[in-house]
Ligand binder design. Structure first.
Ligand SMILES: [Zn+2]
Length: 422
């Protein structure tokens, strides 16, 4: 464990554990007491400054090595994860009457989703712990991320996927050489089976939330947003970075929004940013357990029967639901839900206006922003970042649904002329 890690703390009861004392969750309440990693911020400040990081030529998550819970830089997987672009989306901004709209395109990670960030840190941790096998349950992207990063880090992976996962996602797992099991059941059942297998065979579990380091990986997305926004706004990034006013994030199991929040809390504690942005969680209407809890003013997550085109955020029981609800409540943000139709429209908008091809879940954050603008929840002069969490090639059936079919013609100029005129 790194010298700047103080330990872990249970998000439910507040119990504090020494570094490496507990591998996964707080032993006091089964599999639900998720742990936050605690840092010695004074120590970090003595190791590194924003100026040091700004000078780094490492354009990956590992430029933030001193803010991550890994002790030895030589064990990190070589696959390049992170430092994805933050695009200034002027056309979509104009359309929504927003002066400053930014898209963080995390579909450009090596396996095509933000989850590469989590897997990179977990694979490094697995190497630190010298485990022999890593396992995870996944609706697709987390599994692909684990398979890719495990291949890069040379640690065997076993992945459990619900049998309904899109073909392209399963193909991705297989090509990276992971052992893949298609579970005849839901994501939640695949999750339970993966946990049971981890306990039975001693495999290291990457399961989202259950493993405290997935959040540590995902937090790098908000570290980048703040550093990149400072660069884009020509702010002097040697001393401090910039936060937007709001960040729109798709929410399924709740771990991504929790990760973004953790990164922001770390930066605030270090004094590297001045304020906490409002986190805006966007869920599919058919998979809205976090929204429901937030709207009811509770932290009790009631499972739902999840159905949505956004398969990556189709989650009946969000494993990181409690922290995901807190992330929004404590930052004075809001939860929104969007329909599948609104998601398909968001996919078209992102691709046609800005050239960003998102899978349905990846476009859900933008769908939420469009709805928030219609409902006057956002002022026109606010700085807005939308996180696009996954690449459109992950699910081509959904893309065809959003874009329609191409017209078939004979190889004849005459016929082309008629087709163009019609
Ligand atoms: Zn606890």
């Amino acid at each position: 464990m790194s010298q700047h890690v103080n330990g872990t703390q249970c998000s439910l009861c507040g119990a504090v554990y020494a570094p490496d004392e507990v591998r996964y969750v707080c032993p006091k309440h089964g599999d639900v007491g998720l742990l936050d990693v605690l840092y010695d911020y004074e120590k970090i400040k003595s190791l590194v400054t924003p100026a040091d990081i700004s000078k780094s030529r490492d354009f990956s998550i590992w430029r933030y090595f001193d803010l991550l819970p890994i002790a030895d830089h030589s064990i990190v997987p070589s696959l390049r994860v992170g430092w994805t672009p933050l695009y200034n989306a002027k056309r979509l901004g104009n359309e929504l009457k927003l002066q400053n709209l930014w898209l963080k395109d995390d579909g450009l990670n090596p396996t095509g989703s933000l989850k590469d960030r989590a897997s990179a840190v977990v694979v490094a941790k697995a190497k630190e712990l010298r485990v022999e096998v890593i396992t995870a349950a996944s609706s697709g992207n987390a599994g692909a991320a684990l398979a890719g990063l495990s291949a890069s880090g040379h640690v065997p992976a076993v992945v459990f996927v619900p049998h309904t996962a899109p073909e392209a996602k399963v193909a991705q797992l297989l090509i990276y050489g992971a052992r893949v099991f298609l579970v005849k059941g839901t994501y939640d059942q695949a999750f339970e089976l993966s946990l049971a297998a981890s306990k039975e065979f001693g495999w290291y579990s990457r399961n989202t939330g259950y493993n405290p380091y997935t959040v540590e990986g995902k937090k790098t997305a908000s570290l980048e947003i703040c550093e990149q926004l400072a660069l884009a706004k020509s702010h002097d990034s040697r001393r401090s970075w910039k936060t937007p006013d709001r960040i729109f994030v798709p929410v399924g199991d709740g771990n991504i929004i929790t990760g973004l929040w953790k990164g922001l809390r770390d930066l605030l504690a270090l004094g590297w940013i001045e304020k906490m942005p409002k986190l805006m969680g966007v869920q599919a209407e058919g998979s809205a357990a976090c929204y429901n809890a937030w709207a009811a003013g509770t932290e009790t997550i009631t499972p739902v029967d999840a159905h949505t085109i956004s398969d990556s955020i189709s989650v009946g029981l969000p494993r990181d639901g409690v922290r995901a609800v807190r992330a929004v409540r404590e930052t004075q943000g809001a939860y929104l839900t969007v329909t599948d139709e609104e998601v398909l429209e968001a996919m078209r908008k992102l691709a046609r206006e800005e050239g960003v091809f998102a899978e349905p879940a990846g476009a859900t954050g933008y769908a939420g922003l469009a709805k928030a603008m219609r409902e006057n929840l956002v002022d026109h002069d606010e700085d807005i970042v939308v996180v696009v969490t996954g690449n459109g090639l992950k699910d081509i059936h959904a893309a065809v649904k959003a874009a329609g079919q191409a017209k078939m013609i004979n190889p004849s100029l005459e016929e082309l002329g008629r087709a163009l005129a019609s």
